[in-house]
Structures are given as structure tokens and as C-alpha cells.
Design a protein around this ligand. Structure first.
Ligand code: UD1
Ligand code: UDP
Length: 372
């Protein structure tokens, strides 16, 4: 078979890998297309978990992660190495996803080497350059050099057009995370013994994840204390919190919640295991980007422990509620949602605005059309 189109996928962190996997698999199935995968490994273990699950063996692995790395260090190293790599691979298009340091480095490297850039999950904005930091800046910068912008929602597409992107360059596809979560939700997997027994007879489960840079220090501590207060006030509640591998985050989370009898702190879980846990839970408390979308797809109300969201569609549809990190507010909102059956049902039954599970096909169709 003659390969006519080479698509270079550049990513480096867990969420990018989860959201790129459906598009990589889609390219693999298309005649005449070749997927080349280059990972910066901005994350190591958390990235490798996802690569293994989706059977992705990168052709290139820059192995960049360092303990307590700074975004600007990762950016500088990734930009130089990715530019060299792109010249070597000579792809027809470079695809990047989201708003991480790797995303920005990949987009800039393609720009400097005169290769078209396709941006998955384009057009998300909070309008606050410092929240989330540095992701809001990253995604705005990527939009400046993107050739094709794949918007997950009509709202995101409209934002890009309003900022001056040509209408033909903006394609509304849905978010590939919905493709991914629908795929793994069908798979069967054994949970680790402790988690398999949870939440236990007559109890309710809250899944919690926290890691955002702008929350490090006091806001993260406050959010954890709020969760602790909610646990104290709700004896039938049990929390599972897979702790992010970032040592700054782990220190706070372990110190504030580690000794609570109703809190189970674990290593990061494999994606299939994590989604199985999500399916068992009653509510999600998180500052994650991807979880805002996955919780909506699984009908799990999410309280967002951040000051802003770039996914207002979720708040408008009612799948998530912006709560912030203030201790009293986190506790109050958690207790209120668990105690109000009508409010809970309204959130659980709200329509998922983030996609229909066919985003990857739409993205790869658009790339084929663009490249002729
Ligand atoms: C990054 C992304 C953020 C994304 C998050 C997903 C940027 C600017 N931010 O967060 O958008 O939501 O990843 O998790 O790119 N570490 C490990 N093993 C791992 C992963 C991380 O040990 O598998 C530790 C390392 O000490 C590393 C630190 O965590 O230095 C931080 O990793 P980094 O990718 O810099 O995290 P963030 O920038 O906070
Ligand atoms: N996730 C996972 N295992 C875990 C926690 C989260 O696989 O223990 C998944 C989760 O389902 C989501 C993604 O990791 O798809 C979120 O990654 P993260 O919170 O690191 O980044 P963000 O989405 O905030 O950018």
C-alpha cells in the first residue's frame, strides 16, 4: 500500500495521550495514511500507563520529564528537539492536543518548520490569562499558529471565529475524550482489592482529583480541608483520591486528607480502572479539564474546584458546577448536592454537551479533505 499522508502526533502528558489515542487509532485504520507518534514524555509514568492501554508505541520518545520541572524549561527543551524531529520526519501535518507545555512546543516547532498544525480541543477560553495557568496562555498562543482548529463544541468554534480565525479553518468535531471514555467504559477490568469493595453497603462514593498549578499552596489546602469537612459531616460518604505524581500536589493532599478514615488515597489509576471507579461513584470533585467532559458523558455530577472554567457549556447544560477552592464553600456545596435529590437528578440527567463519541473520525476526515 502506498502511503500518501504522514500525520505526526505530538503529545506528552496523560490527558493528551487519552485524547489523542482515538485519532491515532483512526489514522491507523485509514488506507494511505501513516501515524507517526512523538512523545515529549513531559509526564513519564502517567503517560506510559495510557500508551500501554491503547497499544501506542511511539516512534520517538524525548524522555523530557524532570522532577519538579518548570513549564518554561520543558518548553525550551521540547521546542528545540521537536523542531529537529519534524525536519527529520517531514510530515504532512502535525497534530497537537489541548493546552499543555508540550502542546505549545509542538505547535511552535511545526510553525518554525513550515508544517501545517492541527489543534485538537481548540477554542477553550476562560478569559483569565492566569487561570488555569499557564494553560490559558498556551491555548491562545496555539490558536495563533494553527492551520486547522478542531473545536469540541459550537461555543468553542464561535470563540475562534470571533478572534479572527477563518471559518474554513475551524471545524466543530466534539471532543475525542468522549470517544475514549466510551471505548474504555465498555472494557472489563478488575479494580485493586481495596477499591473493588468500595463504597460499601449503604455508603456513597466521591471520586476526587486535584493538581492545578494555580492552586498550589493555600487554595489546594483549602479545597482539601473543605473535602475533609464534608466527610466529617457525611458519615456515609467515602472519598477515593488518586494522587497526582507531582510532589508539590502530593505533599498537600497527603498531609490534609491522608489520615482521614473515609478517604482512600491511591497511586494514579490506569484509565480503564479509573473510568470503572467513576461509573461506581455518586459525585466527582475535581479541578481537571478532562474530567469535566467524562463526568458529563457518564452522568456523574461534578463540582469544579477551580475559580474558572473554559468549559462553560458544562455549567450551562448543568453537568458541572463551578465551586472554587474556598474551604467552607467546598464543604457546603458537597453536602448540599448530596442532600438534595432533585438538584442531584437535574445534574445527573443533564445532556452531555462535549461530543457524541465520533470526534476522531470527523477530525481525520477534515485532515484528508484539507490535504486533498
Ligand atoms: C501538566 C499540564 C496540565 C495538565 C497536567 C495533567 C502544563 C503546563 N500543564 O501539569 O495542563 O492538566 O499536566 O496531569 O503542561 N510527575 C511524575 N510522573 C508523571 C507525571 C508528573 O513524577 O508521570 C511529576 C514530576 O515531578 C513533574 C511534575 O509531576 O516535574 C509536574 O509535571 P508537569 O507536566 O510539569 O505538570 P503540570 O505542569 O502541573
Ligand atoms: N485519570 C486516570 N487515572 C487517574 C486519574 C485520572 O486515568 O487516576 C484520567 C481522567 O479520566 C482524565 C485524565 O486522566 O481523562 C485527566 O488527567 P489530568 O487530571 O492529569 O489532566 P487534565 O484533564 O486536568 O488536563
Amino acid at each position: 500500500m502506498t502511503v500518501t499522508t504522514t500525520v505526526l502526533f505530538v503529545f506528552g502528558t496523560r490527558p493528551e495521550a487519552i485524547k489523542m489515542a482515538p485519532a491515532i487509532n483512526c489514522v491507523r485504520q485509514r488506507a494511505g495514511m501513516r501515524a507517526v507518534v512523538a512523545v515529549t514524555a513531559q509526564h513519564r509514568e502517567m503517560l506510559d500507563q495510557v500508551l500501554e492501554l491503547f497499544e501506542i508505541v511511539p516512534e520517538y520518545d524525548l524522555d523530557l520529564m524532570r522532577e519538579r520541572q518548570l513549564p518554561e524549561e520543558v518548553l525550551a527543551r521540547a521546542l528545540v528537539e521537536l523542531s529537529t524531529l519534524i525536519r527529520e520526519v517531514d510530515p504532512d501535518i502535525v497534530l497537537v492536543q489541548g493546552d499543555t507545555t508540550t502542546t505549545l512546543a509542538g505547535a511552535l516547532a511545526a510553525f518554525y518548520t513550515h508544517v501545517p498544525v492541527g489543534h485538537l480541543e481548540a477554542g477553550l477560553r476562560t478569559d483569565d490569562l492566569c487561570s488555569p495557568f499557564p494553560e490559558e496562555g498556551n491555548r491562545r498562543l496555539v490558536s495563533q499558529v494553527a492551520t486547522l482548529s478542531f473545536a469540541p463544541t459550537e461555543h468553542a468554534a464561535a470563540r475562534l471565529r470571533a478572534e479572527g480565525a477563518s471559518p474554513a479553518s475551524v471545524i466543530m468535531t466534539g471532543n475525542t475524550v468522549i470517544d475514549a471514555v466510551m471505548d474504555v467504559a465498555e472494557r472489563s477490568v478488575e479494580l485493586p482489592a481495596l477499591l473493588a469493595t468500595l463504597p460499601g453497603e449503604g455508603r456513597r462514593l466521591a471520586v476526587v482529583t486535584l493538581h492545578r498549578r494555580e492552586s498550589w499552596g493555600a487554595p489546594l489546602e483549602e479545597a482539601c480541608l473543605g473535602i475533609r469537612d464534608a466527610l466529617d459531616a457525611t458519615p456515609d460518604l467515602v472519598v477515593v483520591l488518586p494522587v497526582h505524581r507531582n510532589p508539590v500536589v502530593a505533599e498537600t493532599v497527603n498531609r490534609v486528607l491522608g489520615d482521614h478514615e473515609s478517604a482512600v488515597l491511591t497511586e494514579p489509576l490506569g484509565y480503564v480502572e479509573f473510568v470503572k471507579l467513576l461509573k461506581k461513584c455518586t459525585i466527582v470533585l475535581s479541578d481537571s479539564g478532562g474530567l469535566q467532559e467524562e463526568a458529563a458523558a457518564l452522568g456523574k455530577p461534578l463540582l469544579l474546584l477551580r475559580e474558572t472554567t473554559e468549559r462553560p457549556e458544562g455549567a450551562e447544560a448543568g453537568t458541572l458546577k463551578l465551586v472554587g477552592t474556598d474551604r467552607a464553600t467546598v464543604a457546603r456545596e458537597t453536602i448540599a448536592l448530596l442532600g438534595d435529590a432533585d438538584a442531584y437528578r437535574a445534574m445527573a440527567e443533564a445532556p452531555n454537551p462535549f461530543g457524541d463519541g465520533h470526534a476522531a473520525e470527523k477530525i481525520i476526515d477534515a485532515i484528508e479533505e484539507y490535504l486533498g
